[in-house]
Design a binder for this molecule. Structure first.
Ligand SMILES: [Zn+2]
Length: 235
């Protein structure tokens, strides 16, 4: 109730020019329709205002917050921003948090945990958005983990509509096992997705948003499963 009033008051004011300039300069902006742009700007403002943002070893500017919020908002553009209701804090580090959070190539990625926190390296965020079609975006990846964990577990299955669980499980496990067995050339998504089901969902999400045409062509069933999840309004 209070949140609804606070939101209404926030959105009554026009967006500040700095924030809208940052969002409209991001690589994701050009691909959006006019109505998607309007929705994205609204959702960015909600995330920036309602979540706890902390810089660790760095001061956070509006640019940091708005950039991360834009990539977080993009993946729930159709489902609705309240998919992040259990997310409380976003911590941003200048470069790396610890070696334990690096992948096999030693790359720092970021982290989402079940305490409602996302941790991101700003250097990794910038690297992830530089190329919008290479299938790598740490921000998209970590926020996909948040969606996955909305039902309490990191298992590669976000909250789905009733009746959608069985087909989801079939398609996801089939493609997960295929990825585990595939040679480098045959891999449809990055091999990091073969780590476990949760990483599979996060990496598949990166590919869904960054290489949709390739995913659609090479793994149509996987594309359709993700499409029906990301394009559906949550209830
Ligand atoms: Zn991950």
């Amino acid at each position: 109730m209070f949140r609804r009033i606070r939101r209404a008051l926030l959105l009554r004011k026009p967006i500040d020019s700095e924030s809208s300039a940052v969002v409209s300069a991001l690589p994701l902006w050009k691909a959006l329709t006019e109505s998607e742009k309007t929705r994205l700007l609204r959702d960015v403002r909600i995330l920036v205002h309602e979540k706890n943002w902390q810089g660790v070893g760095m001061a956070l500017s509006m640019e940091h917050k708005v950039t991360i919020a834009a990539y977080a908002a993009r993946i729930v553009l159709y489902r609705g921003i309240d998919e992040y209701r259990d997310l409380h804090s976003i911590y941003v580090f200048p470069s790396s948090i610890s070696e334990r959070n690096a992948d096999s190539s030693g790359r720092f990625l970021g982290m989402a945990n079940n305490l409602g926190q996302v941790l991101l390296s700003w250097a990794a965020v910038k690297k992830g958005i530089r190329k919008s079609n290479d299938g790598h975006c740490v921000t998209t990846h970590e926020f996909a983990h948040v969606l996955d964990a909305a039902d309490g577990s990191f298992d590669g299955t976000p909250v789905l509509n009733r009746g959608a669980y069985a087909p989801w499980a079939r398609v996801m496990s089939e493609h997960f096992l295929q990825l585990r067995a595939a040679s480098r050339k045959k891999r449809v998504i990055d091999e990091y997705g073969a780590t476990n089901e949760a990483e599979f969902f996060a990496v598949a999400t990166e590919f869904y948003f960054e290489k949709p045409n390739s995913l659609k062509k090479r793994a149509p069933e996987l594309f359709l499963a993700l499409d029906s999840y990301y394009k559906q309004k949550s209830t």
